[in-house]
Design a protein around this ligand. Structure first.
Ligand code: 13P
Ligand code: SF4
Length: 306
């Protein structure tokens, strides 16, 4: 199949045939976002996966996201079209690492970013996403907090909550690459623009920003803001919807290097193959799943503005 429209049509037919929904992260290729039943940030996608009553969930994102869907919806078939689409940050800490930390530091409450493996979640007290990390930590008033795996998110949450937070030394290679110099250069070029960045960015970049939020938070902020120009510090896939939804506004990527290769792997051909051949089915061993689910449920039970 050569034609893009034909491919999209084939995806739609297959989704119907298989009683499937297609979930896509905000960093996915434009054509994947266009065909998705739901696009969103990690929090929105996990809620959608749990809520849907489709038999099959095709997850266009990276491995930990499909795993979260499998943890929350064990009775559904969860497909990740490209099995090698992983998250390097999630792989910076293993279940064994966190198990050891817990044995050595039983007094800490472990808050785990959803960008983590199922086994790491299983050793955690509560999960968080970039959209609710501040609320989760505020809710855990009086507890000693240890955050994994993202040092940058931990530092951002500490600054927003005034809490002392220790963390694992992980980071997102895509966001951590963005330098303050790059942001300042863009700011010089576009002095009227607001700087909007993801909390996975380096502390000095976060401190220089006008607004810090999750990917879906960026859609809301840019839509509601009266500003006309924005310098965006997150993966370039976000630009597709920002530009589509705000034709009168201008979005400038803070750096050309803001590309996550893993998020760009999945193509329409892969989605077709995934649905035709039922691959790759993501499952989590039951004992791990139950424990990881508790950490995800604990997160989902915390009010957003806690
Ligand atoms: P959110 O979409 O939850 O903000 O996460 C960003 C991210 O890096 C996911 O891989
Ligand atoms: Fe992981 Fe960063 Fe890519 Fe998100 S953007 S999947 S955190 S490497």
């Amino acid at each position: 199949m050569e034609n893009l429209e034909e491919k999209k049509q084939r995806v739609r037919e297959l989704l119907k045939e298989r009683d499937a929904i297609l979930l896509a992260h905000n960093y996915q290729r434009d054509e994947i976002q266009e065909i998705a039943d739901f696009t969103g940030d990690s929090l929105g996608l996990s809620i959608e996966a749990a809520r849907s009553d489709a038999k099959v969930i095709v997850f266009c994102g990276v491995h930990f996201m499909a795993e979260s869907a499998a943890i929350l919806s064990p009775d559904k078939t969860v497909l990740l079209p490209r099995i090698e689409a992983g998250c390097p940050m999630a792989d910076m800490i293993t279940g064994e690492d966190l198990k050891r930390f817990r044995e050595e530091h039983p007094d800490y409450t472990v808050v785990t970013y959803v960008n983590s493996t199922a086994l790491v979640k299983a050793y955690s007290d509560v999960c968080c996403t970039s959209a609710n990390a501040v609320s989760v930590v505020r809710y855990l008033d009086g507890k000693k907090i240890y955050m994994v795996p993202d040092r940058n998110l931990a530092r951002y949450v500490a600054s927003r909550t005034g809490r002392e937070i220790e963390s694992w030394n992980g980071y997102c290679p895509t966001h951590d690459r963005l330098t303050l110099e790059e942001v300042m250069e863009k700011k010089e070029e576009y002095p009227d623009a607001l700087v909007v960045v993801h909390p996975e960015c380096r502390p000095e970049v976060v401190d220089a920003a006008d607004h810090v939020c999750s990917t879906s938070g960026m859609y809301k902020f840019c839509r509601e803001s009266s500003a006309k120009r924005f310098i965006i510090g997150t993966e370039m896939g976000i630009l597709y919807r920002l530009r589509k939804e705000n034709p009168d506004k201008e979005f400038i990527l803070a750096s050309e290097s803001l590309i996550c290769p893993n998020m760009k792997l999945t193509t329409l051909d892969d989605v077709i193959e995934a649905l035709e051949e039922n691959k790759y089915v993501i499952t989590v061993p039951e004992e791990v799943r139950e424990r990881a689910r508790k950490a995800l449920d604990a997160m989902l039970a915390i009010p957003r503005d806690a």
